[in-house]
Design a protein around this ligand. Structure first.
Ligand code: ATP
Ligand code: MG
Length: 698
């Protein structure tokens, strides 16, 4: 067993259950119940699942987890074969079940799972569920931007829609191995398009429909699609965004580099824009509604090898040129289905809602594939989560009686900022599991989610993973063990995380360093599209013999893992290494701070200084007194050495479209290199940058 877990077992057995927060009672306002404040450190705060939850959980105890975990790492071939057998394979995989080379010194990096197995993920998501009698079960509930209506598809209906589109694509010459770019918002046609590609063995490359024409063009040039699938426009909050104009601009741009696309299948999203008012490129643009429904509702499956590519997805770009992460079929299928089931304690009666967009990996693995492979009912939401107001999330939870709710920490922080009354207005009784992904969730944000949203009854799955990993890697299993707010806790089955030092040597016990993984898992990405060398250089060369995540991590005395942010976000103050995440967490624990982003700046004496951008809770205004009190909080929580040298008031922070803070831009603002801001086109709202610059010397 990896270091720490065995030990955790012992410690947890001895731990008293007195910290169980459900007994601490009432919530009277944000931060009203700040658990663990009296404890020596956050490492000591154990939040126990309640017994009723554990009793019904898929993994009811740490003992059961340890038993399964042990099996998964000692006999990965046996463990994963057993799970893979629950899916439909036209032909079973050969031997060995997996093969890998994680060490570039021994040759090219290579990962393969279930090679020789012939299957199809769309078949396993849809046909298999229909054939087993679940055809009439709702696969997707759709909630439009404007409240008041809804739509849905059963498994049978979804299968029929997917088949029609698959037939259309085939008819237009899309073949196995061809790429299709999908630039769609969260309407049901998005998962339909993904599944139709998978059905015929084409690779989908979904581009988040918030990306600019320039970013879309960059991805089109890289993946050279046969066809682009889009829609004319979408409602987002009170705005209408004309997607087809963006596609048009992107295609003009990409044609300049010799990559031309002659077919653009366009869904008419009537509630946002009628076809009469849509700018149209005759000969290239085709209305989905005019052609797709004419095709048959059944479509032969293209059987593919487990190692045939399934999709390409470009990472969010918070750290430079986007990387085309490539996932293959069999391993990804087995891994997303299994992580979905266990990380969220999924039961067939659940209604699952993940707020992520299918433009990100979370939307691939936990809106589309993971849930559908399990025959689950998912909710898809088209609009903005604060429209018409900040209560929208809970309105949707109430409407569909959502039981498992997953969101990004950035959303949770914006809800905290808006105020607790938006949450408590709704009963939320259906909720039983909460989940978070994409960023570290600070302990105070965690507690708010737990206490306010979950009424101190729902475990939180704080899932650490990456586009590259396909599915959750380090995550709580709800009900199985006590959580620590802000810790992703323990590795998923089959995952062997290791923490290495600067020299690449594994360090054991309580420690912090670089987070790596020791050997492969089925959901691992196989290459960067068209650039295997960059794949090896970025992920396998920094620490020979390991997959390097790029993230820093700490393991505490009980073996719990704490993600400390990207390693390039570490600040070195007078020789002390401080994770930006730690300082941000301390700032956010201040009741008047809604969000914080910390970067390093050059400092004459200390080498680097701490520069903090701070967003305040709605209704609070900036003052000198507040500035002092924020600095004091950091001094008290971490130490004087980490106290921010500068606090920069930030009404908003520059974020990527997936809600992640773009630190490279903040670094430039902090060091006043304002002419070197670089590409800001992937920002959700580029105006934020000007606003920040204007406030720089306040
Ligand atoms: P890029 O690689 O282009 O900069 P990205 O890393 O933001 O983009 P993703 O693959 O979506 O794109 O995000 C993975 C990263 O998100 C992780 O490496 C980690 O830094 C962060 N992350 C995800 N989940 C968690 C979590 N539960 N706790 C802490 N950090 C997390
Ligand atoms: Mg990344």
């Amino acid at each position: 067993l990896p270091v720490g877990i065995g030990k955790a077992n012992q410690i947890l057995k001895n731990a008293s259950r007195s910290t169980q927060p459900s007994s601490t009672g009432k919530i009277t306002g944000v931060n009203a119940v700040v658990l663990g404040e009296a404890l020596a450190s956050e490492d000591d705060e154990l939040v126990f699942p309640n017994d009723d939850f554990s009793r019904q959980a898929l993994v009811p105890s740490l003992e059961k987890y340890l038993e399964m975990y042990k099996w998964s790492v000692e006999d990965p071939a046996g463990f994963w074969s057993g799970i893979a057998s629950q899916f439909y394979w036209k032909q079973k995989w050969g031997q060995p079940v997996f093969s890998e080379n994680f060490d570039f010194r021994k040759g090219n990096i290579k990962i393969e799972w279930f090679r020789g197995g012939i299957t199809n993920i769309c078949y396993n998501c849809l046909d298999r569920n229909v054939e087993s009698g679940n055809g009439d079960k709702i696969a997707i509930y759709w909630e439009p931007n404007d409240p008041g209506s809804q739509d849905s598809l059963t498994y049978s209906q979804l299968l029929q829609s997917v088949c029609q589109l698959a037939n259309y694509l085939k008819d237009k010459g899309v073949k196995k191995g061809d790429a299709v770019v999908i630039y769609l918002p969260m309407i049901m046609e998005l998962p339909i398009a993904m599944l139709a590609c998978a059905r015929i063995g084409a690779l989908h490359s979904v581009v988040f429909a918030g990306f600019s024409a320039e970013s879309l063009a960059q991805r089109i040039v890289d993946s050279k699609p046969k066809i682009v699938i889009t829609c004319n426009a979408v409602n987002r909050g009170s705005k209408v965004i004309t997607l087809i104009d963006i596609v048009d601009a992107a295609l003009i741009e990409s044609a300049k580099t010799g990559i031309s696309v002659d077919l653009c299948l366009t869904y008419e999203n009537k509630s946002a824009m009628k076809r009469e008012s849509t700018k149209w490129q005759e000969g290239r643009d085709v209305w989905w509604q005019d052609v797709v429904p004419k095709y048959p509702t059944t479509c032969e499956v293209e059987w593919v090898d487990a190692e045939d590519p399934l999709f390409l997805l470009y990472t969010s770009g918070s750290t430079g040129k986007p990387k085309g992460v490539l996932h293959t079929t069999g391993g990804y299928m087995v891994y997303t289905a299994t992580t979905f089931k266990y990380a969220f304690d999924y039961k067939p009666s659940d209604i699952y809602w993940c707020t992520a967009d299918c433009g990100w990996i979370t939307g691939h693995s936990y809106v589309t594939y993971g849930p559908l492979l399990n025959g689950a009912t998912v909710v898809i939401f088209e609009g903005a989560l604060n429209y018409p107001d900040y209560g929208r999330c809970w309105d949707i939870v109430e409407k569909f009686k959502v039981t498992i709710f997953q969101a990004a920490p950035t959303l949770v922080r914006s809800l905290i900022r808006a105020g607790v009354e938006y949450v408590t207005r709704y009963p939320r009784k259906s909720l039983r599991v909460l989940a978070s992904a994409g960023e570290p969730i600070n302990p105070s944000t965690w507690r708010w989610l737990f206490n306010v949203v979950g009424d101190s009854r729902c475990p939180i799955s704080d899932t650490w993973w990456q586009t590259e990993t396909g599915g959750c890697m380090i995550t709580p299993l709800p009900g199985a063990w006590p959580q620590k707010p802000g810790s992703a806790t323990f590795p998923f089955f089959g995952i062997q995380p290791v923490i290495v030092n600067e020299k690449g040597a594994e360090i054991e016990g309580e420690c912090s360093g670089y987070l790596c993984v020791k050997s492969s898992w089925p959901g691992a990405f196989r290459t960067l599209y068209g650039d295997h060398e960059r794949y090896e250089t970025t992920y396998f060369k920094p620490f020979p013999g390991y997959y390097f995540s790029g993230d820093g991590c700490r393991r505490d005395k009980d073996g719990y893992y704490w993600l400390t942010g990207r390693v390039d976000d570490v600040i070195n103050v007078s020789g002390r290494r401080i994770g930006t995440e730690e300082v941000e967490s301390a700032l956010v624990s201040h009741p008047q701070c809604a969000e914080a982003a910390v970067v390093g700046i050059e400092h004459e004496v200390k080498g680097q200084g701490v520069y903090a951008f701070v967003t305040l809770v709605e209704g609070v205004s900036y003052s000198e007194e507040l500035r002092k009190s924020l600095i004091l909080t950091v001094r008290n929580k971490i130490g004087a050495f980490a106290a921010p040298d500068k606090i920069h008031w930030a009404p908003d922070l520059p974020k990527t479209r997936s809600g992640k803070i773009m630190r490279r831009i903040l670094r430039k603002i902090a060091s006043r290199q304002l002419h070197e801001l670089g590409d800001t086109s992937t920002l959700a709202d580029p105006n934020v940058v000007e606003q920040l610059i204007a406030l720089a010397d306040r």
